[in-house]
Design a protein. Structure first.
Length: 553
């Protein structure tokens, strides 16, 4: 008999007030009949209407699987062998104006060219359409990201999009493909980055294609983010250093940053780079992203540290608050806002030692910080308000081992902890701020750690595996640790967009789903299937997978 574990916990905290616990409806879940597993290094999932699709890549072998959402149930699969070039790499699967496309890269060693290909996917049939189409070629190597990462005890996984970056316009009708050419000398004071920017419409017809030589040397700048708007204008957000040191600040006691932020604007049909400056001065901007809207402006948001509080280079990575500003299409910057994280929020779900440390800093006028906070999600609502999600993420060295004569490899434990969720109004003021307690640890990066975010019915959902002892966690207690690969309770935290009302629900015990235990839960296998549900795939053993659907109501 299916066992459903539903404990409900509502916290509604403005910055200084607590409310009582409430009880709401139970959640339910459905499990599909088992189907044969297809082992793959990369698995990607999508939903459309009443059906879901999974694309699974394992070298020469590729499978497209279709599922019916309501039951849920496995419908069919289509296998491909040696369909793509031998050295292809998964880059991106995206939906443009109701069409699905798969992008991959392939190195042409004979001609020393990096290539970007695309192929359409027929969602209804669960098949590729025709043959791959060459989008463009790049002379020489591209400075891509890390190709693989160890995500579980079961091996390595290819990271999609490691050579090219893909960004869609707000209206979902244009796509930007970006790459950076591999420099001959890394971080050379005389070397200038060359950035390629290609734009296409929803039918993948080329709109623009250019390589731009950046106006500063590699030692003088960092590329932070890119964006394309509905009109095809390009935007590049960069950090520009004031000297060749490539340091955020020159000395430990410096109270002003050794850089400023600039926006490069490239109008559609033009090769000219127009530059706007944002002087951050005593604010050390850690992470910042750029988003366009359906209005006549773009939004920029991220995290910062205060220069006066920072007494070491390490502390620059710890967060004092949130920075937001708007950008007109011509690059004019306005509505700047710096919002500090209140100590009351920082002290929630912390040990007494940490709370005393934070309060001591506040008394000294220094201000407490949110340690190791990484920018994870940035959502711009139609009214111009912004949702910013940060996650505590760090790794701890556990030791090293020899992998050959005179060669050793370090190994780490990976930690994904508390979430900070903040809504900023369209005029740059705080609407609400919530801290979600979480304490996850694993021997491999990601896997079943971290969280999955999606928006449904004007609510924000955060899904993650948690320790059952954290169900009714009071504000004055730190969360118990959950270890990846050791079961756990699938938890959903719902936050109302309107007022920040928070509800915490436990959905199921991974060790007790109907009459079996699920294995190999992975955060990147969770996907939204509608305004009232989400699904995820898990391993049942005996070479069988199952699809599990969770109802949000």
């Amino acid at each position: 008999m299916r066992k459903i574990f539903c404990f409900l916990f509502v916290i509604s905290i403005s910055l200084n007030t607590y409310s009582q616990m409430n009880i709401a409806k139970e959640k339910s879940f459905k499990v599909s009949e088992p189907y044969r597993v297809f082992d793959a290094k990369t698995k990607l999932y999508f939903a459309k209407g009443k059906e879901a699709m999974a694309l699974k890549f394992d070298g020469d072998n590729i499978v497209i699987q279709k599922f019916e959402i309501e039951k849920p149930s496995f419908v069919k699969e289509k296998k491909y062998e040696k369909f793509f070039p031998k050295n292809y790499a998964v880059e991106e699967i995206t939906e443009l104006n109701n069409k699905y496309y798969f992008f991959f890269s392939s190195w042409d060693g004979d001609n020393e060219k990096e290539q970007c290909f695309s192929i359409e996917i027929d969602f209804e049939k669960g098949e590729f359409v025709g043959s791959p189409k060459l989008m463009f070629q790049v002379n020489g190597k591209i400075a891509g990201n890390t190709v693989i990462s160890m995500t579980s005890a079961y091996g390595y996984a290819i990271k999609p999009g490691y050579k090219f970056k893909f960004l869609k316009s707000n209206d979902n009708k244009n796509i930007l493909i970006e790459y950076r050419k591999k420099p001959e000398v890394k971080r050379d004071v005389n070397s200038f980055d060359i950035i390629g920017l290609y734009t296409y419409d929803s039918n993948l017809n080329k709109m623009t294609n250019n390589e731009y030589t950046m106006p500063y040397t590699e030692r003088r700048m960092d590329n932070l983010d890119y964006r394309i708007d509905n009109k095809g204008n390009l935007y590049v957000l960069v950090k520009v250093f004031h000297d060749d040191s490539y340091d955020d600040k020159k000395k430990k006691k410096d109270t002003e940053s050794n850089y400023h932020i600039e926006l490069f604007v490239i109008k559609s049909g033009s090769n000219k780079i127009e530059i706007s400056k944002f002087e951050n001065k005593d604010k050390f901007i850690n992470k910042i992203w750029l988003f366009d809207t359906d209005k006549n402006f773009l939004v920029c948001a991220g995290f910062y540290s205060k220069g006066g509080d920072v007494d070491s280079l390490k502390d620059i990575d710890d967060i004092d608050g949130i920075v937001t500003f708007k950008l007109k299409s011509d690059g004019v910057i306005y509505d700047k806002s710096f919002i500090e994280i209140p100590t009351e929020i920082l002290n929630q779900y912390e040990t007494e030692r940490t709370k005393k440390k934070n309060e001591k800093k506040e008394r000294k006028g220094e201000g407490a910080q949110f340690n190791d906070l990484e920018l994870s999600e940035l959502i711009v609502n139609k009214d111009g308000s912004v949702l910013i999600v940060g996650e505590q993420h760090f790794k701890v060295k556990r030791g090293s081992r020899s992998i050959g004569p005179g060669v050793s490899m370090d190994y780490y434990s990976y930690h994904y902890c508390d979430l900070l969720v903040t809504k900023i109004t369209s005029d740059g003021k705080i609407d609400w701020m919530k801290k979600i307690p979480k304490n996850q640890k694993g021997m491999f990066e990601l896997g079943g750690l971290s969280f999955k975010y999606f928006n449904a019915n004007n609510n924000h959902y955060f899904v993650f595996l948690d320790n059952v002892k954290n169900i009714d966690l009071p504000l004055d207690k730190a969360p118990e640790q959950h270890s990846d690969g050791q079961g756990g309770y699938l938890t959903a935290v719902k936050i109302a967009d309107s007022d920040g009302t928070l509800v915490k629900e436990t959905i199921l015990n991974a060790r007790e789903v109907e009459d079996f235990e699920i294995f190999q839960y992975a955060t990147n296998r969770v996907f939204k299937t509608g305004e009232n549900s989400f699904m995820f795939e898990a391993y049942k053993k005996k070479k069988e997978d199952v699809m599990i659907k969770v109802n949000l109501n």
